[in-house]
Design a protein around this ligand. Structure first.
Ligand SMILES: Cc1cc2nc3c(=O)[nH]c(=O)nc-3n(C[C@H](O)[C@H](O)[C@H](O)COP(=O)(O)OP(=O)(O)OC[C@H]3O[C@@H](n4cnc5c(N)ncnc54)[C@H](O)[C@@H]3O)c2cc1C
Length: 491
């Protein structure tokens, strides 16, 4: 059996790419190394509680948003129930040193008003800054259907850093915190992140904010149902060990079991630093492979899953960002856990019902758990004890900084090793390869005929970035004008 396309990796970008290709009549197979599709976002249940893992909320899905058009085109609008986050404050920032809390409301004009109330002397500068983000956030191929794809120049990240841009607000360090806190959602600190990257990620949330009923698992189940309707196949526990090639280009894949599966196109959605080891020697230029291998990764994280004996009503349809001190956010993974910024969300966001589960995401480096990286150590009592100790320490930090979290019980702790196992990203990089200023950004098409890349490294992390990456990759195969033409009918 020969497939038209094999997609390696059943994450959000792999499932979306598969859907676009299968819809156009291609025979498609998705191969996933994990036992379940989309291991990063599908979440898990424990003791009757559902915990989201790699998806908590989405930006830019408002009724009139261009991202909503993509959702409609994919069929997700019909399959999913979205619910809006709290209009008066979808994200809350706490500065722990002063105990102050600031709410960020939904929508550019509401944000302008609210920030103007908090920082009246910065009102004019805030308006200018927000206008810039409002124009830039949807400046992405496939959100903008009119600009030629080549004109987006996605290959290198360049421009002013967010840190430089926020110098304008030095007199208001709390405002700098508010405007830089979403860098936690793309894993590049403001001194190395372009204002465009920040606008694309943070700006999508400024535009509109939604949760999905059923969380990450609901999203994955909807994509799987659409794939079944489109006739695509998904095989789990199928790790790809290498790509097969002929003189004409890519011809299929070989699994770790030795099984070979043939296909005309192969889409690789893994962390692009892993591509070189899948290829036979000599099929792509050494300079290109070296570039991929050396791409810089985002930091990893501890993810704490806990249950509160008190209701966590203050986190309903809202997340809490905690920064130790006011000022532009900076990578603090070298600091003790007690001095790091972190992010808290209710475990399974929903419009109603009881909230008692908590997810806390605390960026960290791989070195903290590297001693246990060998497979045989992962089930050792020593690693278990280390996880328990870190988890409990983090719960104490949460309770110290946030009185509403005084009564928490640790359910599970994911470490950089957990993230590495679930995504295969080197050192458990939370958002994979980062879009650092000056870094080469992989293109979906490669010089090997039939070989394409997709995934969060192509456009941006998150639901928005991975869906755009899937369109870019599928458009490289099906024709961008064909796909954009379909999208124009869905507006
Ligand atoms: C803790 C956390 C919280 C997040 N919160 C949000 C949020 O609230 N909102 C949001 O929009 N985004 C969020 N994100 C980001 C979002 O989850 C990611 O950007 C997205 O899931 C990346 O999808 P992907 O398809 O690019 O990569 P992945 O999901 O990593 O997909 C790659 C797949 O390839 C598989 N694979 C690897 N090697 C092989 C192989 N050799 N053979 C076969 N399969 C292989 C992996 O198992 C994996 O399933 C969060 C991420 C994390 C980690």
């Amino acid at each position: 059996m020969r497939y038209d396309a094999i997609i390696i990796g059943a994450g959000l970008s792999g499932l979306t790419s598969a859907l676009l290709l299968a819809r156009s009549g291609r025979r498609v197979l998705v191969l996933e190394q994990n036992a379940q599709p989309a291991p990063v976002v599908r979440g898990f249940s424990r003791g009757g509680l559902y915990f989201d893992t790699g998806f908590h909320y989405a930006g830019g899905l408002g009724e009139t948003s261009p991202f909503r058009t993509l959702f409609r085109h994919l069929g997700l609008e019909e399959k999913l129930q979205l619910f809006p986050f709290a209009e008066e404050g979808f994200d809350c920032l706490q500065i722990s040193s002063s105990g102050e809390r600031f709410l960020l409301p939904v929508g550019f004009s509401a944000i302008r008003e609210k920030l103007g109330e908090y920082f009246p002397q910065a009102r004019t500068a805030i308006a200018g800054y927000l206008d810039e983000i409002a124009t830039k956030w949807s400046n992405f191929p496939y959100l903008d259907l009119d600009t030629a794809i080549a004109d987006f120049a996605m290959e290198t990240v360049h421009g002013k850093s967010l840190h430089e841009r926020l110098q304008e607000f030095t007199a208001w360090p709390q405002l700098q915190s508010l405007l830089s806190m979403h860098s936690l959602h793309y894993g590049v600190s403001p001194d190395a992140a372009s204002t465009t990257l920040n606008a694309q990620v943070a700006g999508s949330y400024y535009h509109s904010v939604h949760g999905i009923v059923g969380g990450g698992r609901g999203l994955v189940d909807a994509l799987l149902a659409l794939l079944t309707e489109a006739g695509a196949e998904v095989r789990c526990r199928s790790e790809v060990a290498g790509l097969l090639t002929t003189a004409d280009g890519v011809s299929g894949v070989r699994l770790t079991t030795g099984e070979e599966i043939l296909a005309g196109n192969v889409v690789v959605t893994l962390n692009p630093t892993l591509l070189p080891q899948l290829l036979p020697p000599g099929v792509l230029r050494p300079a290109y492979l070296k570039r991929l291998k050396n791409l810089r990764q985002t930091p990893s994280a501890y993810i704490v899953f806990a249950q509160s004996r008190k209701s966590l009503e203050f986190l309903r349809r809202r997340n809490l960002f905690i920064q130790p001190r006011a000022g532009i956010f900076a990578d603090d993974t070298h600091r003790p856990l007690e001095e790091r910024a972190f992010y808290l969300a209710a475990a399974g966001q929903g419009p109603d019902g009881d909230i008692s589960g908590l997810v806390g995401i605390v960026p960290t480096g791989y070195a903290e758990v590297a001693a246990w990286e060998a497979d045989e150590l992962r089930h050792s009592a020593d690693y278990g004890a280390q996880k328990q100790q870190i988890g409990e320490r983090l719960l104490r930090i949460f309770a110290q900084q946030c009185p509403e979290l005084a009564d928490l019980e640790l359910i599970e702790l994911a470490t950089p090793l957990t993230l590495r196992d679930y995504s295969q990203a080197p050192e458990g990089a939370i958002y994979g390869v980062g879009r650092f200023i000056g870094q080469y950004n992989p293109h979906p098409a490669t010089r090997l005929p039939g070989l394409f890349l997709s995934g969060q490294a192509i456009a941006a992390p998150g639901l928005l970035g991975t869906v755009i990456a899937a369109y870019l990759t599928s458009g490289s195969i099906l024709g961008h004008e064909y796909l954009r033409g379909e999208l124009r009918t869905c507006r």
